[in-house]
Design a binder for this molecule. Structure first.
Ligand code: PXL
Length: 278
């Protein structure tokens, strides 16, 4: 039986992020994506202009109709939140559909490079932090890990050239899950000429090293989380899922950086998607 996943994210016309990335990645990896769109945007919010159609008031119908139709999911994945009121709705959705073997991944999308995304404020972040606590797996970048753990990003990142930078991040992540079964994947940690991804559970700590091509791009966090999510739903270990995601993003970013680009447009992921096919 093909696995099925509810994917809760926005649909952006440009930026190769959120649902555009997730639907493609899950499909090629043999997981059926069932989208619950939090918002429809002309393009992601990093561009100079954007218009957002907020779907908060429509989201309740998904739980209602999908329950009436007796739908069930092997995984639930949530990402970009367009309004803080959406968090309680997603919480309720997870509580309704979660079974003992459902993989719940919350990507606590809030910001990057030490700054919040334009649509996020402290109130929204507080709610997202609460939602993140309910997940089996979370995939914050370093900025988001700091928000989740009340850590000063600038202070932590000021050690980025030190030998103990990754250990410091490991301590922050391990502290956050010392009393839970949750797993954390900290994405896109910039150190020297490389990027690192930390994979943490109560018992284990692993870093997966990645080549860095051309700095940060729109949507890479969403593509990364989608590959990790689909792999885990398909029964792979978290570390091998992260390795698969790293290798994919390396290829697609290297290809993108060969020619002039706007980081807002995202990466050339379409031409490599076939390599994710099992
Ligand atoms: O990739 C994260 C993301 C998702 N959705 C929207 C965004 C962003 C980041 O800027 O603006 C609408």
């Amino acid at each position: 039986m093909i696995k099925k996943a509810a994917v809760i994210n926005d649909l952006s016309g440009f930026g190769k992020c959120s649902l555009t990335a997730t639907i493609a990645v899950l499909s090629v990896m043999g997981v059926q994506p069932c989208p619950m769109p939090t918002a429809v945007l002309t393009n992601q919010t990093g561009y100079k202009n954007h218009y957002c159609i907020d779907l908060t008031d429509e989201l309740c119908h998904y739980k209602e109709m999908w329950s009436l139709n007796n739908e069930s999911f092997d995984g639930i994945y949530s990402g970009y939140i367009a309004d803080k009121r959406q968090v309680d709705i997603i919480f309720d959705f997870i509580n309704t559909f979660r079974k003992s073997n459902t993989v719940v991944l919350v990507d606590p999308v809030m910001g990057d490079n030490g700054r919040l995304y334009s649509a996020y404020n402290d109130d929204t972040c507080k709610k997202v932090c609460g939602l993140a606590r309910s997940a089996d797996i979370i995939t914050p970048n370093l900025t988001e890990l700091c928000i989740l753990t009340n850590t000063d990003f600038d202070e932590l990142n000021s050690h980025c050239e030190s030998d103990d930078f990754l250990d410091r991040i490991g301590e922050v992540a391990k502290d956050a899950i010392s009393h839970s079964e949750q797993k954390i994947v900290v994405t896109g940690i910039c150190k020297g000429d490389y990027l690192y991804n930390g994979v943490f559970s109560k018992q284990d700590c692993n870093f997966v090293k990645a080549e860095c091509h051309g700095g940060s791009f729109s949507g890479t966090g969403d593509i990364f989380a989608s590959i990790v999510f689909a792999s885990v739903v398909n029964g792979e270990s978290l570390v091998s899922s992260v390795k698969k995601a790293v290798s994919f993003i390396e290829k697609a970013t290297a290809d993108t950086a060969k020619e002039p680009y706007d980081r807002n447009d995202g990466i050339n992921f379409e031409k490599f998607l076939y390599q994710l096919h099992n």
